[in-house]
Design a protein around this ligand. Sequence first.
Ligand code: EPU
Length: 439
Amino acid sequence: MAERPFHWEFKPEPVRRELLRIEGGRRLDGSVTISGAKNAALKLMAAATLTGERCRFTNVPEIEDVHVLTEVLRDIGVTVDHPAPNVYEIASGDAEWLFVPLEAAAKMRASFILLGPLLTRFGRVIISNPGGDRIGRRPVNLHVDAMRALGAEIEYRNGYYFAKAPGRLRGGPINFPQITVMGTENAMLAACLADGHTVIEPAAQEPEVDDLIAFLQKMGAQVERTAPNRIEIEGRRRLRGADHSVVPDRIETGTFIIAAAVTRGRVTLKAAPCDHLGAFLSVMGDMGVSISCGNDTVEVDATQAELHCHDIVTQPYPGLATDLQPPTCVLLTQAEGLSHVHESVFEDRLEWLGELRRMGASVEIVDQHHATIEGPAQLHGADVEIGDLRAGASLILAALAADGVTTIRGAHHVHRGYEKIDAKFLELGARIERLAEGT
Ligand code: EPU
């Protein structure tokens, strides 16, 4: 590998700090189309590096995280074409420089998903430790242990993992001490080109993992979920290019369901994955939100809703998604009675409730994993700041339900994971304006 300095040419666009100004108190009404899932698209794009042949993805959300990954891939010599909105074509004939720099990891933790595919295909990679973020410590030890279980040699120096596969990786058992979504995906991607049979247990069951399995199968990989929490892979020497449409985003769907509910509106969501929202829809039903699922549409009618309090616990799929905990908390502020919230997946994901309190919510953060919310509370406009994606989307929901004008700083975080979120809310009748910070 050529010698190059660590901080070389990866120069993602500087972050353009943005704010959203929202005038609340309007019922949302109308229909909106759900985009492809962020947490599937990123892994599918990484999977495309397992072959030299061209892969084509449709229904890719046009979000900041996809744009960052595009830059990272191009920097390592992968061709990424973007022939039309929501369509990406990836050809990784060769990779010039198997290095994922700190700047990429700092902008997007999910860049660590490149560890497995680059290591198994090219035999080596140097990749930055993504470190923690606003929702917790977020270590990557389980990814690294999984690669070692497949025979990789990995050293950690100066914030970087130096990973090598002497010859081909070797299939084998991977037993995770706890469920990890990206850990499962990284292990699966690496095992697809390893020599022999791999069994991953317990494997994450998220629908985005199954979308990745479906794509890998199209590429010719022998990978299968053989039990709800077990994935088995028989490694192949080569994979081929394939086409795939990204599964719709269940978290965006849940976010819009709550937007309808907190504004007592009536909204139809098109291209929405009802089947992937079981635990969440059951909470909504218990709280008094009327939802009906069609083939690929979801209709929410909250015009007559009487909202009841509800205790919630986040869990790996098929449990209630941690990514839907923040939006659900906004709805709990509007429900009659005392609700208990138990965030069991991440340790700092309740911190943002402090901002919700500034808008008039009656919230008590008991500890890192527990909070209580008493409702109903009349939310009011305020100046708030967001630090992460899902909390950001949730403050938008709170602002839509509030009296008066809310100014949300740090709104660029939301564009990391939601395609045209302001335009979609405008279509539903919200008063929302996107401005550069400082205006
Ligand atoms: N964990 C470890 N060591 C590891 C990996 C994970 O201790 O090596 C711990 C985590 O700290 C956490 C738990 O295991 O406490 C579960 O984390 P997991 O690995 O499942 O999370 P992830 O794969 O890093 C993905 C999504 C998250 C989503 C979680 C849980 C992507 C890119 N991210 O993260 O999405 O919250 O699964 O469902 O797929 C988001 O979209 O906003 C987001 C944070």
